[in-house]
Design a protein around this ligand. Structure first.
Ligand SMILES: NC(=O)c1ccc[n+]([C@@H]2O[C@H](COP(=O)([O-])OP(=O)(O)OC[C@H]3O[C@@H](n4cnc5c(N)ncnc54)[C@H](O)[C@@H]3O)[C@@H](O)[C@H]2O)c1
Length: 339
């Protein structure tokens, strides 16, 4: 069977990691082309990974018959348009989160991919992390009864220069993972309303430029569960991603801040090493999601994380933005109105 040939869109931090995964870590996958509008960016990565073709215009790459499917790791606000353009050329798409930043463009992207009849997967990697997947499977089987209290958190290890961070990133690009996680860990339930509080506590000097680096969100679900999602852009101890579901018959936790299960006991006490990068802490989940996508392209199967999942998480993120603007609880709109 011939290799699945992948074209990468966006040769930045995440794109480079995914490109290495395709080039070296997935049997039966091949990095066929890279597109990035910044002159030289695609060439540099292509040279390093032995990729034969580069483009500055992603649409030209979508039309390339030597590309079977594409992996989009461009900036968030370009995603939906790129998904629609790839669909027009009949290419399967793996799109980094968020797939879109408005519900209208999310629906347009989903519709375009449905018409093309090819797989659309979204980069909600926590669903591919063994602990979170096992938690979901157990909760679905009813092992902890009905979820009552839920919690999901993301703490990034270090905030660099905040200047290029677009407005509302904490909801649209960071907490979007937690919103998806809470939906995943509360199967079949719909979010009804949210109350979000956010501030610039790491870099208060950037607050008047629109930076929000710390947020807490309360989410109510229609099965009664009350959830908290929280994020901060600077956890000095390392990258931290965890989840917890407390139910009528028990509790489940997932995620671990420790790099491995090793604990060092010395005269100073007990301590463990932590990860300084998302791609270290969740390395296996990142590889697993792209491996799964390649398999879907090969078989025509349905991805484990879909455009519809992206729409549902986005509906919560948009409600959070409205809640912060109004400083009040707001209803989640659009989550049940999928086209
Ligand atoms: N799943 C995760 O845990 C995770 C982690 C980090 C980033 N991400 C997501 O990945 C995406 C990229 O983030 P990043 O940190 O790699 O950003 P980045 O800024 O490092 O890279 C973006 C790249 O896209 C290129 N680019 C800009 N506009 C483009 C366009 N219109 N078409 C194609 N390429 C374009 C840029 O030149 C750059 O090389 C974002 O959506 C981000 O939210 C996901």
């Amino acid at each position: 069977m011939s290799n699945v040939k992948i074209g990468l869109v966006g040769a930045g931090r995440m794109g480079s990691f995914h490109a290495e995964t395709v080039a070296y870590k997935i049997p039966g996958a091949e990095l066929a082309a890279i597109a990035d509008p910044v002159p030289g960016a695609a060439n540099k990565l292509a040279e390093r990974l032995g990729c034969p073709k580069v483009y500055t215009n992603p649409e030209e790459m979508f039309a390339d018959p030597d590309v079977d499917a594409v992996l989009i790791a461009a900036p968030a606000r370009s995603h939906a348009k790129l998904v629609v353009a790839a669909a027009k050329e009949g290419k399967g798409v793996f799109c980094e989160k968020p797939m879109a930043v408005t519900l209208e463009e999310a629906d347009e992207a989903i519709q375009a991919m449905r018409q093309a009849g090819v797989p659309l997967q979204v980069g909600f990697n926590r669903r591919f992390a063994a602990g979170f997947k096992e938690a979901h499977d157990d909760i679905k089987k009813g092992k902890i009864g009905t979820p009552q209290l839920m919690r999901s958190l993301t703490r990034d290890p270090g905030l660099g220069d905040p200047t290029p961070i677009p407005e509302w990133t904490i909801f649209l690009e960071t907490l979007i993972h937690d919103f998806d996680t809470l939906l995943y860990l509360n199967p079949g339930a719909e979010p009804t309303d949210v109350y979000a509080v956010a501030d610039a506590l790491v870099r208060p000097d950037f607050k008047d430029k629109g930076l929000l680096d710390t947020a807490v969100v309360n989410i109510r679900f229609d099965n009664g569960a009350i959830a908290t999602a929280e994020a901060n852009f600077q956890a000095v101890y390392g990258y931290d991603v965890r989840g917890e579901v407390f139910g009528s018959a028990g509790m489940i936790t997932a995620g671990d801040v420790r790099q491995t299960s090793m604990v060092r006991y010395t005269a100073d006490g007990a301590n463990s090493d932590t990860c300084r990068k998302d791609t270290e802490l969740l390395h296996d989940a990142y590889v697993a999601e792209v491996t799964s996508f390649v398999e879907c392209v090969r078989t025509g199967g349905t991805p484990y994380t879909t455009g519809e999942d992206a729409h549902r998480a986005l509906a919560i993120a948009l409600a959070c933005i409205e809640s912060v603007k109004k400083n009040a609880p707001v209803q989640v709109k659009g989550n049940t109105q999928l086209i």
